[in-house]
Every structure is written in structure tokens, then in C-alpha cells.
Design a protein around this ligand. Structure first.
Ligand SMILES: Cc1cc2nc3c(=O)[nH]c(=O)nc-3n(C[C@H](O)[C@H](O)[C@H](O)COP(=O)(O)O)c2cc1C
Ligand code: SF4
Length: 475
């Protein structure tokens, strides 16, 4: 490994011995509502782009989760999975009963590979429409809606003539900010687009969609569900300070939290108290005018009051500050400053990526405890060492400590640590090769796996060049 990369790893002077590992809080049990986890080690949701184009589980999806389960973490959260029965590309889906069979296979695979040690959650997501950016000419000719404001700027011209004029100018000066954004970024729906009936009706349509999806997760044998209330998607957009809906579901915090609470209530009513239901939310949206940690603590207390079983805290990952995509591509919410906070790169800034988002989880946990609730809180973001996890748990900053990219890089790392063989851990460089693949909707893999022989042809990426699962560990 190059000296430069070594220098940027989180220093670990010494790995725990097996005896020390046995005493680590990270490997101690914890209760999440009705569910007991054998350890506080947690693999948060990561989309690997391995489902079919119709959203079904494939052998590659099974292989991906089996490999994580072999490391026997306390819990794995299956990637963001769409709750609607609509085409969504190769995103896993749970919006119809026909998906249950494949998901049940996935649940069995994880139980099997972990010897029953790992609890399995599935992250339930809803998202609004987002279109690819198009060439300016195509935008003006086909996609731009000629509205009264534009008509007023071209007195005497009909809509076709206005369109022609704008196309010839190829200039955005006459567009309003939203139209200009659609030209630069591609069109994107917002929860505030209440002129669109399906957006206006979200408070009515979403609770049963989430409830049905949760019921399918239960039927498929998952131990619980994680409601995706984070990042760039519908539910986080309801929680956002940028949500100005005037129908009782936007504006002040009490209104913004209403739909997420109603979704939780609908899910709970469907799956019962004996089933584990948690949520992932943002400790800070990081974008201008967005929610901050004081919003997050308020929401967390409201969720805790409502009887949610765990709260997983993330940060950023928004469309509002994303980079303009290339023509032909859609915006990706992890390309701007908020996205960088969500999956911090090793060179993010002088502070580095390690444990960077823990203070948000700590603030959420403190607020929930101060309000008299014992709802467990999951922290994530740049966790790469057992000592770091121990310090977080010891300080009471979180109850569970998640590691996404380090677990992707080496799914056996929990087992290696447990066995006192931490020096065999393949350490994550936090350089985000995996995230770039996610952005391109290509099968997510790790740059560090490809150094090992491509011995199993059935587990290669479509281009044949990359391993689809981590190399085996001959423990
Ligand atoms: C390839 C990839 C896909 C991800 N997909 C999801 C997702 O589906 N849902 C989610 O809440 N977070 C997702 N994340 C964010 C991670 O769960 C995690 O919060 C983030 O990577 C920071 O943790 P880490 O520093 O341990 O990687 C993804 C991250 C990566 C690298
Ligand atoms: S590609 Fe591998 S080493 Fe690089 S950030 Fe992702 S998990 Fe870590």
C-alpha cells in the first residue's frame, strides 16, 4: 500500500486481542423495541445496484448480503427499497406481493450465512420523479412549460412562437429560477409542488404504501423495517425546513413532522407492536435554508414519543446543492457539500471523515434521553476502528455504531476483530470509488477487492473486470 494512503488511514496503534474484543461494548447485546441484537455492530443501507430492472432479488443480491452476513454484524439494513409498484430501474422493490418471494430468499440467506447471529432490516423508500438533464434545444422545444409569466414577456406571440424564440436565443435569462434549474439540472419534483395532484395527495397515499411494504417485509421474514426519512427523498423532504406546504404538512416543525408520524402510525398499526420499526433521519441537512440539528432533535423526540424502535442518524445527501449532471444524466444528491458530508471522503477537509457525524447522533440521543425515552440511536460516518466505536459507546453518543464503507471493504472485519485478528482487516481508504459507481448506477464494488484474483467468474461485474463480492477470507 502506498505511504500516502497509509498516512491517511485512521491510526490504529494496536488491534484488540480476542479477550479485549469480547469485552468491547460494540460486541455487547442491545434491545431495539421488541428485538434483541447480539451486538451493536450495524451495517447501514447501501444500494449495490444488483436487482433486476423490474426490482427483483437476483443471485447477485443474495451474494452481496450473504457476504456481509458472514461477518456476523449485529444488524444489516438492506438497501433503500422502493415501496411503489412503478418502474424504478434496478432498484430493489417491495411495492407488490410478487416481490415477497425473492425478499424471503434474501432473509433466509442472511440468517443462514450468519448462523442466525445477524438481524435483518430493510430500508423502505419513497422518492419523487427526477428526469435526466436534456440538451438546451430539446428543453426549450419539448419540456419547458410555457406559463403566463413567459406569455407576458412575449406579448402577441402564441406558445409555439414563444418556444421558437426561446430556442433560438438558447438563453435562460427569461426563465424563472425553477425553470432555469430544470434546464441546468434536469426536472425534479418537490413535495411543495401541490399543483400536481399526486404530490398534493402524498399525505393520503403514502401511509398505506409504507404500511403495505412493511407488512411484506414482515411476511418475507425480515426482523424489522427502517423508514427512510433521510437524504434527498420524499419523507426527508417533508421534514425539511424547505417544505413550505400550506396544507398542514409543511411550514412549522409540528406540521413537517406530521406525515412521517402518520406513516409510522400506519406502519405500526399494520405490523403490530411486536415488530421492530425504526427510521433513518438527518441530523443536519447541510443545505442553505435546510433543517439543522435542533429540528432533528425535535423530530427524534416526537418519533420516540410515538414509540419508534430505533433512530439512525445520517447527514446531508441533498439535491439542492448537487452538481449539475452531464446532459443525458440525472442529478445525484451526493455530489455537493451536503453529499460530501453524507459519505465523507478522506480528503473532505482538515478534520477528515472519521467520526465526523457522531456529534449529530449524540445530540439526538441526548434530546431523546432528556425527554425520558430510551430509544436506541445509531451513529454512522467514517467509523473505521473498534476503539473509535468503543469511545462513541462509552461516551453515550450512540447505542449502536454503524460502518458502511469499512464493512463494504471488508465484510469480515467484525469477525477478524472478534477473533483478535484485527491486523488482517482490509482497511477502507475512504476515497469513494464505490460511491462513484453508485452515482453511475453501476454495480457497486470496492477498489480494494480488485487486487485479489478474479477467481469466480459467476461473481464478476457485467464488464467482467471487477469482483462483485469481497474476496473470501480463509479464517
Ligand atoms: C455505495 C453506497 C450506497 C449507499 N446507499 C444508501 C442507502 O440506500 N440508504 C441510506 O440511507 N444510505 C446509503 N448510503 C450511506 C451509508 O449508509 C452511510 O450513511 C454513509 O456511507 C456513511 O457511512 P460510512 O462512512 O461508514 O461509509 C450509501 C453509501 C454508499 C457508500
Ligand atoms: S471503494 Fe472500498 S476502499 Fe474505497 S471508499 Fe469504497 S469501500 Fe472504501
Amino acid at each position: 500500500m502506498s505511504d500516502k494512503r497509509l498516512a491517511r488511514l485512521l491510526p490504529i496503534a494496536r488491534w484488540p486481542t480476542a479477550d479485549e474484543a469480547a469485552r468491547l461494548r460494540w460486541f455487547s447485546p442491545v434491545r431495539l423495541g421488541p428485538l434483541e441484537l447480539a451486538a451493536r455492530t450495524w451495517i447501514p443501507a447501501m444500494v449495490p445496484w444488483r436487482a433486476t430492472d423490474d426490482g427483483f432479488v437476483t443471485p447477485e443480491v443474495l451474494g452481496w448480503y450473504r457476504r456481509f452476513a458472514e461477518g456476523r454484524p449485529g444488524a444489516i439494513v438492506v438497501e433503500a427499497t422502493g415501496i411503489r409498484d412503478v418502474p424504478s430501474g434496478p432498484l430493489l422493490r417491495i411495492g407488490h406481493d410478487r416481490f415477497v418471494e425473492g425478499l424471503a430468499r434474501l432473509a433466509r440467506e442472511v440468517k443462514d450465512a450468519s448462523g442466525g447471529a445477524t438481524r435483518l432490516f430493510i430500508q423502505l423508500i419513497d422518492f419523487l420523479a427526477i428526469k435526466r438533464r436534456v440538451e438546451p434545444e430539446r428543453f426549450f422545444r419539448r419540456f419547458l412549460v410555457i406559463d403566463d409569466a413567459l406569455r407576458a414577456r412575449f406579448p402577441g406571440l402564441d406558445d409555439d412562437a414563444i418556444r421558437e424564440d426561446l430556442t433560438l436565443r438558447a438563453d435562460d435569462a427569461l426563465l424563472d429560477p425553477r425553470q432555469r434549474e430544470s434546464l441546468r439540472m434536469g426536472y425534479r419534483e418537490r413535495v411543495t409542488d401541490v399543483h400536481l395532484p399526486h404530490v398534493r395527495d402524498l399525505p393520503r397515499t403514502l401511509p398505506p404504501l409504507f404500511a403495505d411494504a412493511a407488512a411484506r417485509a414482515k411476511e418475507a421474514g425480515f426482523d424489522g423495517v427502517e423508514l427512510h426519512y433521510a437524504h434527498a427523498y420524499t419523507m426527508a423532504s417533508f421534514l425539511s425546513r424547505l417544505n413550505t406546504r400550506a396544507d398542514g404538512y409543511g411550514g412549522p416543525r409540528e406540521h413537517r413532522v406530521r406525515l412521517p408520524l402518520e406513516v409510522h402510525a400506519a406502519v405500526r398499526a399494520r405490523v403490530g407492536d411486536g415488530y421492530c420499526v425504526g427510521a433513518r433521519l438527518l441530523g443536519d441537512e447541510v443545505v442553505e435554508g435546510g433543517s439543522r440539528v435542533d429540528d432533528a432533535t425535535y423530530f427524534a423526540v416526537r418519533f420516540a414519543e410515538a414509540g419508534i424502535d430505533f433512530l439512525s442518524v445520517s447527514k446531508g445527501g441533498k439535491f439542492e446543492d448537487a452538481k449539475p449532471p452531464k446532459v443525458g444524466e440525472a442529478a445525484y444528491p451526493y455530489t455537493g457539500p451536503s453529499g460530501h458530508e453524507c459519505m465523507p471522503h478522506v480528503k473532505i477537509d482538515a478534520r477528515g471523515p472519521f467520526g465526523r457525524n457522531v456529534p449529530l447522533a449524540a445530540a439526538v440521543r441526548r434530546a431523546v434521553r432528556d425527554a425520558g425515552h430510551d430509544t436506541p440511536v445509531v451513529a454512522a460516518g467514517g467509523i473505521a476502528s473498534p476503539w473509535q466505536a468503543e469511545a462513541i459507546l462509552e461516551a453515550g453518543d450512540a447505542d449502536l455504531v454503524a460502518a458502511a464503507r469499512q464493512s463494504l471493504c471488508d465484510p469480515d472485519w467484525f469477525e477478524k476483530i472478534r477473533l483478535g485478528r484485527g491486523d488482517e482487516v482490509r482497511r477502507c481508504f475512504f476515497t469513494n470509488y464505490c460511491e462513484a459507481l453508485d452515482q453511475a448506477h453501476k454495480e457497486v464494488t470496492c477498489q480494494r477487492w480488485d487486487r485479489e484474483a478474479l477467481d469466480d467468474a459467476s461473481m464478476r461485474s457485467r464488464d467482467g473486470k471487477r469482483r462483485l463480492i469481497a474476496p473470501p477470507w480463509r479464517g
